[in-house]
Design a binder for this molecule. Structure first.
Ligand SMILES: [Zn+2]
Ligand SMILES: [Zn+2]
Length: 254
């Protein structure tokens, strides 16, 4: 009788050990794959101004704005509280600042695309104040020239057709010779001004103007763009972004 009891106890112990072993095997899950991406959600929510309405849904985040700047510009027009005279030696284009209806929807966990898509005319991202970011091209898909440069205000911006005010360059209100976060591009990756947070100019940018590293906003290394550190055509302006997206672009409707 005792022997039977001992055998049952031994069997129970053995089964228990097998169960514990099986459970611990389940915890041996694979590491999170690098291609999964760093989440941008909390940084987007913390850094965009109240002029931008943010909503999240199923792995994507939508930013809505009216596209008008929260700073002075000659393009507000005389009489507006935010009007200032254009810089000496520059000429305004015929446009003005008018409210738009913008919605940019991007992934919350951007990853590098296998095939990099070239940026095109129109919005390629959104600044923290809701103003669209444009690349180095103008109508006709030609690079910004001296005439166009002459139309920029000191924000590195001007209105396009439909009075759509937009930034092509660094400027006095977003970021320039510093490590300011300027906004996010349509592929979900952040874009910074000309410096990294340690005060240095990044020296290892890829052909699309970005590299992987930590920033003031991301303690986990993330791919991020920097504005060009070359004075464009010898002007006071530095192009925000040229070339291709690193990731896969989301939508920007207007
Ligand atoms: Zn333009
Ligand atoms: Zn950097």
């Amino acid at each position: 009788m005792n022997k039977v009891k001992i055998s049952i106890l031994s069997l129970t112990l053995l089964v228990t050990c097998i169960l514990i072993y099986s459970c611990s095997k389940d915890d041996d899950s694979p590491a999170i794959p690098a291609e999964e991406g760093v989440s941008i959600t909390s940084v987007v929510q913390a850094t965009y101004t109240s002029a931008v309405t943010i909503s999240t849904s199923d792995g994507s985040i939508t930013l809505r704005s009216n596209g008008t700047p929260n700073h002075v510009s000659p393009y507000w027009g005389v009489g507006n509280a935010l009007y200032e005279a254009q810089m000496a030696g520059s000429t305004l284009n015929p446009g003005t600042i008018r409210e738009q209806v913008y919605a940019m929807t991007i992934t919350t966990k951007p990853t590098e695309a296998t095939n990099k898509e070239v940026t095109t005319l129109g919005p390629i991202g959104m600044a923290l104040n809701g103003v669209p970011l444009y690349n180095d091209r103008e109508g006709g898909n030609v690079p910004v020239d001296a005439n166009v440069l002459g139309s920029f205000d000191r924000a590195g911006a001007h209105p396009g057709p439909g009075n759509t005010y937009h930034y092509h360059c660094t400027g006095d209100f977003t970021g320039n010779d510093n490590a300011n976060l300027i906004g996010f591009l349509r592929d979900g990756f952040p874009i910074y001004a000309r410096k990294d947070m340690d005060g240095s100019y990044p020296s290892n940018l890829d052909t699309n103007g970005g590299h992987i590293g930590t920033t003031a906003d991301f303690s986990t290394p993330i791919y991020h763009y920097h504005a060009s550190n070359t004075a464009y055509l010898g002007s006071r302006f530095y192009i925000l972004k040229a070339g291709s997206y690193n990731g896969t672009k989301g939508t920007f409707t207007n």
